[in-house]
Design a protein around this ligand. Sequence first.
Ligand code: GLU
Length: 471
Amino acid sequence: MTVVTRFAPSPTGYLHVGGARTALYSWLVARANGGKFVLRIEDTDRERSTQEAIDAILEGMEWLGLSWDEGPFYQTKRFDRYNQFIDQMLEQGSAYKCYCSHERLDAMREAQMAAGEKPRYDGHCRDNPNASGDSFVVRFRNPQTGSVRFDDHIRGPIEFANTELDDLIIRRTDGAPTYNFCVVIDDWDMNITHVVRGEDHINNTPRQINILQALGAPVPEYAHVSMILGDDGKKLSKRHGAVSVMQYRDDGYLPQAVLNYLVRLGWSHGDQEIFSLAEMIEHFSLDAVNKAASAFNTEKLNWLNQHYMKTMPASEVAGYLAWHFADQGIDYSNGPSLEQIIAVQADRVKTLKEMATISGYFYQEYADFDEDAAKKHLRPVAAEALSVVRDKLAALSTWTAEGIHQAIADTCEQLQIGMGKVGMPLRVAVTGGGNSPSLDSTLALLEQQQVVGRIERALRYILARAADAAN
Ligand code: GLU
């Protein structure tokens, strides 16, 4: 039997991290078993579903690399199919028409609540040959005895007594099939063998199983994934920072880091923290997923992101970094290669966004000196060191890190001063601030003329400041 799993989001918002983790688990089950992964858009709620949300979900899945083998299928395009089954069930008697008015149902509900009972349909039209009226819904004839049992891969055995389930509406008065029914037909039509979804759907499962059984359809296996909480133990929400997957891209995370982070959120394999996709596929098991809610931990995501920035082939990271330069309006076409930037900066930042932000001076003049750094290092005493080092750098016939290193060392030697007295003013002169990778590699990534020009800019700045102070 081919394993077939699915991700079935309702397009009412962006792809959030909880949904993405569910999608990843479902995708891994398919990939681990040489099976198929289906993408289904559950857009039956026409008022809350939007095209923007559909686009955002597809974009999120693509960015994460969770490729699907079939779909996306849209439930709103399959209404004829669902209705065909509802008609068949009406004929066979596993569903019936219910003519109860809103008024009757409201009164029934109120009486039940007043009596301290759980509100449920009382079966008024179930076996009533006289039931009639202008409009009707179709209800599923739920078994009234026995129970529904399933072995959840994550939560273990779960049992619901049929007496707790009432006769579910499967088609509304306007002829539209309802959500739970569509899911049942889809899972059957799409040959789904494993349903991996959020734990908020546990209560739907016995209803769906009963309908599957009434139709003579196979019942898939189920795995209900727990919620993701913020680091304060509350349900993850915007208050905690990013919750949409694409926000993680915008914030400078690599999809590889996000996937690794998500797979570990609620699942473990010994002490291992770093998982390539191949390792995830090899080791992941639904049965090892934790049923307790998992807490989001940004520190750990940052750690993973840095790991992947440092260890992935730079040529691969470069594509993602390019996006951030473009996003920040930095033209990176003239200057060091992105691979060179990654080599000197990956250790120094947590995200690609930060990497792009602090690397602007490699491609364009910095706007202003960092105020604190300039105050501390671009003082009149630095002028001599800067002009000597400028002359030595300008005189180099080849522009290499070694030559640059030597020119700086020679300046210290000639003026009998320590490295810091040349290095820091030079760093501020060339990068605009007090933080950069090692000076020789930073300067080597720039052009000789650029470096000389920036030292001159710093010298002019020192002069102007001294003149201001004198006035
Ligand atoms: N459409 C549901 C949701 O987005 C998922 C239902 C399912 O996976 O069965 O929560």
